[in-house]
Design a protein around this ligand. Structure first.
Ligand code: PEP
Ligand code: MN
Length: 343
């Protein structure tokens, strides 16, 4: 971290600032130029609040040189992380997986949807049993019984299951039941107590980007999970809130290569929540695949018009199967080993 000191600062003020920093266990390196004095602050500067420094009268501005996320940072862990989701399904490091299923677990139709999704090539089964709904009057999910239905379908089809955990008090239940991947939803992306709680387990965590969250905030949320000891984090771009109203969210396709550049963690795209409308989901899924995602999460329903939640963005099994064939072709193009261009 570097602090640029105002030209008007006196030697005494500068010395006072340096001892304030050093008293906190950091080393400093002062470089005096013709126009400005720069104090380099050396040590674990994640402990320093840059805004506090900037609020000091002699400080012009403060700049971080290294990112505040360490465990999620590719700089300190250059190889891709491969997360083992159970049932022999690996994601990351060249392993591409598609998680598909209904928004909510609703009952017996789950197995039918799961079978169709698997036949089309999905490798993981998703379904919410605890639903974060905007309205308290909307369907809130089947709860623990929904987890059981999901697990039964997963066991029957030999597929790992993904389900959202909303409350730190439910984390142990998810672990005890053997949910393979715990999803942290958009609305809980900065629920730090929940992030810490899933961090204390070894269950893989599918971490979604907050509604208006920056890429750095997503990486700091991953850092929360990892700093508690759980290295099995999968990042998910699911669209962000912008001024655009034609789609439910705005799919930030850029975030996929940016996250892969900054972090070694696998990155998944969720074209369903990113667009909000069935008619756009496939295009966004192709874009995410082409952008280098390690996987996709797609909502599929046998009768979208009767879905308990998010029917407007569900693909039918037929649409999903069509999408999967094209996704496979795009994956081929993205991962092809092409000869170098000749000069
Ligand atoms: C979901 O996956 O059904 C869900 C609620 O996702 P998000 O948190 O991205 O809105
Ligand atoms: Mn949904």
């Amino acid at each position: 971290m570097i602090a640029v000191v105002k030209q008007t600062a006196t030697e005494e003020q500068l010395a006072h600032f340096i001892s304030w920093i050093e008293d906190r266990g950091f080393k400093t390196h002062v470089s005096k130029g013709d126009n400005e004095t720069i104090v380099g602050i050396i040590g674990d500067t994640t402990q320093i609040d840059p805004f506090l420094l900037e609020s000091m009268s002699i400080i012009e501005r403060v700049q971080r040189v290294s990112e505040p996320f360490k465990k999620a940072n590719r700089k300190f862990h250059p190889e891709d992380t491969v997360v083992d989701c159970g049932h022999g399904v690996l994601i990351g490091g060249g392993n591409f997986q598609v998680m598909a299923g209904p928004c909510s677990v609703e009952g017996d139709n789950l197995l039918q949807i799961a079978k169709a999704a698997k036949a089309a090539g999905a490798t993981m089964l998703r379904g919410g049993a605890y639903k974060p709904r905007t309205s308290p009057y909307a369907f809130q999910g089947m709860g623990a019984h929904g987890l059981d239905l999901l697990l039964e379908a997963g066991a029957q089809l030999d597929m790992p299951v993904v389900s959202e955990v909303m409350d730190p008090r439910d984390v142990q239940l998810f672990v005890d039941k053997g949910i393979d991947v715990m999803q942290i939803g958009t609305r809980n992306a900065q629920n730090f107590n929940l992030l810490k709680e899933v961090g204390k387990t070894r269950t893989p965590v599918l971490l979604k980007r907050a509604l208006s969250g920056t890429i750095d905030e997503l990486l700091m949320a991953a850092e929360y999970v990892m700093s508690e000891g759980n290295p099995n984090v999968i990042l998910c771009e699911r669209g962000i809130r912008t001024f655009e109203t034609r789609t439910r969210n705005t799919f930030d396709v850029n975030a996929i290569p940016v996250l892969k550049h900054l972090s070694h963690l696998p990155v998944v795209g969720d074209p369903s929540h990113a667009t909000g409308y069935t008619r756009y989901v496939r295009a966004a899924a192709y874009a995410a695949t082409a952008a280098g995602a390690d996987g996709l999460e797609i909502e599929v329903h046998n009768r979208p018009s009767e879905a308990f939640s998010d029917g407007a963005q569900a693909l039918t099994p037929t649409q999903f199967a069509d999408a999967m064939r094209r996704i496979a072709l795009i994956r081929e193009a993205v991962t092809a080993d092409l000869p170098e261009d000749e000069e």
